[in-house]
Design a protein around this ligand. Structure first.
Ligand code: FES
Ligand SMILES: [Fe+2]
Length: 427
């Protein structure tokens, strides 16, 4: 349970809010590279942390992320012309480069100095790993570019999707670190997923449905361990990484299957982009795997064609099927792992009222993640932030058998480091 002041502090990410200032110290995913596929392609509207922006790729291929509304009389630059290394407002022709400098002001006298005094707000936007990353914080604090494992792999080794989620980012992210819902919300579908079936892990999960959770602090965030009985001497551990401010890595099933992960990036305080990626560190994804991902299977979701909005959504009760629920085809009547998650998260309302919750032992990771976010806000000006340093990002999740007397964070110490070119550790 939180006080309403804490809930406001954690969930508001606009420009003048404490959490908004914290998030602006990190690079984060803004767009898929496919949204700006080539030089001089149409600009794209993008809202991040409550700010309405316009992204474009200029004639030379450089990326720009500008305030959406023209400095002249606030027309949207979405209607602008992307031409000759700049975005020209369609209203009176003012033209901006990728850094927001005004390079042409055809509505004013030729010798006017007016244009030198004006700059459109702009943020750095950089392509890496199939994603366009934004940095919206103070220039003096700009960290190194992100080095999450998937972002450094070859194009064929990863698949990335994003979908609109109609809630605040926090309850979406809390869903990602809440391991106990898996045995319920996804109960009848764990075997359907080709990435789970036939692995030892799946058998342990089915045999022991009451995992014990242990959480440890990592440099970048949290290590969340779920422990199940395996045999006389060993436990089966599934260890999830949560990396500040809003990334998770899902413990894999076997080394032959790709790894998965998420990020939840606030659009404004009541919607967010749920990002999902699958990747494999030592091989390209196979065509059959890609086909399933494109089809919205696993952690991805089916779209309304031509959009990043899901086919099953709030407006149609997520295509709930009571008959499937009754027949134990799905636990909640909703099809698809992702939709099973976001339907319940959205059912809490735009911003979950955390003054009303009753947290149990299985919610330990959620409690600690909130605590780390709040602590980071307090120490932001004095200390290095968790998850900023690229070594905090070069980590993996794992699933493994460990002797019963070994703490999971010690036993998994090697397995959770990224060693480029090696397989991850998983059974
Ligand atoms: S409003 Fe953009 S040039 Fe006038
Ligand atoms: Fe889930």
């Amino acid at each position: 349970m939180l006080t309403s002041e804490q809930n406001v502090l954690l969930t508001q990410t606009g420009p003048e809010t404490p959490m908004g200032r914290l998030f602006r110290r990190y690079w984060f995913p803004a767009l898929l590279a496919e949204e700006l596929p080539e030089a001089d392609c149409p600009p794209v509207r993008v809202q991040l942390l409550g700010e309405k922006l316009i992204a474009f790729r200029d004639t030379s291929g450089r990326l720009g992320l500008l305030d959406e509304f023209c400095a002249h009389r606030t027309a949207s630059l979405y209607f602008g012309r992307n031409e000759e290394n700049g975005l020209r407002c369609a209203y009176h022709g003012w033209k901006y480069d990728v850094e927001g400098n005004l390079t042409d002001m055809p509505s004013e006298p030729e010798d006017s100095k007016f244009k030198c005094r004006i700059k459109q707000k702009s943020y750095p936007l950089v392509e890496r790993g199939g994603v366009l990353w934004a940095y919206m914080g103070p220039a003096g604090h700009m960290p190194e570019l992100p080095e999450l494992e998937w972002a450094l792999l070859g194009e064929g080794q990863r698949f990335i999707s994003k979908r609109l989620q109609e809630t605040n980012y926090l309850q979406a992210m809390e869903g990602g670190i809440d391991s106990s819902h898996v045995s319920f919300a996804h109960r009848f579908n764990l075997d359907d997923d080709p990435m789970h079936s036939g692995t030892a892990g799946n058998d342990y999960i089915k045999a022991d449905t009451r995992p014990k959770f242990e959480v440890a602090e990592s440099n970048g965030g949290l290590l969340i361990g779920a422990r199940r009985n395996a045999n006389e001497e060993e436990f089966y551990w599934r260890i999830t990484q949560w990396i500040m401010p809003f990334y998770t890595i899902i413990p894999p099933f076997g080394t032959h299957n790709p790894m998965g992960g998420h990020a939840w990036v606030p659009i404004d305080d009541t919607t967010c982009w749920a990002w999902s990626w699958n990747y494999h560190p030592t091989r390209d994804l196979r065509e059959d795997e890609l086909e399933q991902m494109r089809n919205g299977d696993g952690i991805h979701a089916k779209y309304i064609p031509g959009t990043y909005r899901t086919l099953a959504n709030k407006s149609n009760d997520y295509l709930m099927d009571r008959e499937a629920q009754k027949q134990n085809k799905t636990f909640s009547g909703i099809e698809g792992i992702a939709a099973q998650d976001f339907s319940l998260q959205e059912s809490m309302g735009d911003i979950a009222d955390r003054t009303k919750e009753r947290l149990g032992t299985s919610d330990a990771a959620i409690i600690l993640a909130r605590r780390r976010l709040l602590a980071a806000v307090d120490s932001m000006e004095d200390e290095a932030l968790p998850g900023i340093d690229t070594t905090d990002q070069r980590v993996r999740s794992t699933s493994m058998l460990l002797p019963k007397d070994i703490p999971f964070y010690e036993g998994a110490n090697q397995a959770i480091q990224v060693v480029p070119g090696t397989d991850f550790v998983s059974i």
